[in-house]
Ligand binder design. Structure first.
Ligand code: KG4
Ligand code: ZN
Length: 347
């Protein structure tokens, strides 16, 4: 059994968590997430401000995570830290802190890929959300469709050709006058929208698509964003249309995500679908996904909002897997703004 401290600082959340266990039998002992609200004022994350905020928060956040686990720092066996991808200055705060603490305590440190963390998140809540499964990762920076044969063995089926799903939500939210980050505001607006008032075409979904097509599993959301922009510009009563446009946008985006994930699960013969990333908070997405997957007898696992968005528990969990595989990072562990998920192979 390993007691793992996880640290996440890749974007605008300073987070620390303690988990313990082995293999897929893991318990989350604590999870502290400090969201940097300051970025709301600027309508997006300001990298320099994010780095400085991580610097002032990292010590109390880690201390609190250890305290809430009813442990002392001397009880921690190893540290997992997000080392890629993300804002380089923000990542460096977590990486430098984790290396220093590991060196001072004489314990190992393991660098973790943020998106691999998102793949592990749901398994912390549901013991059945484990491989083999079809994974859909939908966050502010990424949209990835992966076949997960086993932990550490990922086949990339599809990715976005332009905007990420969360980015599309945030941009459309801005067009409709909602605060940043806009995903949950769009979801709320869409609830009162009439689905028949506007209709946007589903990007890269055609009736006669074949698995051999290059974009069979791929995504593209920038055209959808432009369609929303045109609808906003063309509206004579934007106040009255706002909810209907939000609904039509969400319907188009969700249907596309569901269709591509359905294709992946059906093609790979998977009976489990695991969602991850901030957009997985969207209940329309989880609901539509469940309904569609029921047709092939596949179960859908969606994380609770706390574990869907950025958090250190998922980093600790992915780190535990690599730790158990014998992997250790040296004190020369660095941070990288971009890096492929380890174990990821093209389809
Ligand atoms: O995974 P995450 O916390 O951070 C990244 O790694 O990017 O994802 C953040 C994204 C934002 O774009 C946010 O608007 C979106 O997740 N999001 C949502 C919802 N809640 C958060 N999108 C749609 N519906 C939601 N309820
Ligand atoms: Zn994330």
């Amino acid at each position: 059994m390993t007691r793992m401290l996880g640290i996440e600082t890749s974007c605008d959340e300073t987070s620390a968590s303690v988990i313990d266990g082995e293999g897929n039998d893991v318990a989350m002992k604590s999870l502290v997430i400090l969201s940097q609200d300051i970025h709301r004022v600027f309508g997006g994350v300001v990298p320099e401000i994010a780095s400085r905020a991580h610097l002032t928060s990292i010590v109390p956040v880690v201390q609190r995570a250890v305290n809430e686990a009813a442990l002392g720092i001397e009880d921690i066996d190893a540290i997992a830290v997000t080392s890629a991808p993300g804002l380089i200055g923000a990542l460096l705060v977590g990486v430098c802190f984790a290396k220093s603490l590991a060196f001072a305590r004489g314990i190992p440190v393991v660098g973790v890929h943020h998106m691999e963390g998102h793949l592990f998140a749901t398994s912390l809540e549901d013991p059945d959300a484990v491989p083999p499964f079809t994974g859909l990762l939908v966050s502010g920076g990424h949209t990835l469709l992966v076949d997960v044969e086993d932990w550490g063995r990922y086949r990339l089926l599809g990715a976005t050709r332009d905007d990420a799903a969360g980015e599309a939500f945030d941009k459309v939210a801005k067009l409709l006058g909602c605060p940043y980050p806009g995903g949950r505001h769009i979801e709320q607006l869409a609830r009162t929208g009439d689905p028949s008032r506007f209709r946007f075409s589903r990007p890269m979904v055609r009736r006669n698509d074949k698995p051999s097509d290059a974009d069979y599993f791929a995504f593209s959301f920038s055209g959808l964003k432009t369609a929303v922009l045109n609808a906003v510009r063309g509206s004579a009563d934007l106040d009255g249309d706002r909810a209907h446009i939000a609904r039509a946008f969400q319907d188009a985006l969700v249907e596309t995500l569901v269709e591509k994930t359905f294709r992946a699960a059906a093609t790979c013969g998977r009976s489990r679908v695991v969602l991850g990333g901030g957009v997985a908070c969207n209940s329309a997405l989880a609901g539509e996904m469940r309904q569609r997957m029921a047709g092939i007898g596949a179960t859908v696992f969606a994380p609770s909002p706390r574990l869907a968005t950025d958090n250190a528990a998922m980093i600790a969990r992915a780190g535990l897997f690599h730790f158990e595989m014998g992997e250790r990072s040296g004190l020369d562990l660095n941070a990288y703004a971009n890096q492929p998920i380890p174990g990821l192979i093209a389809a």
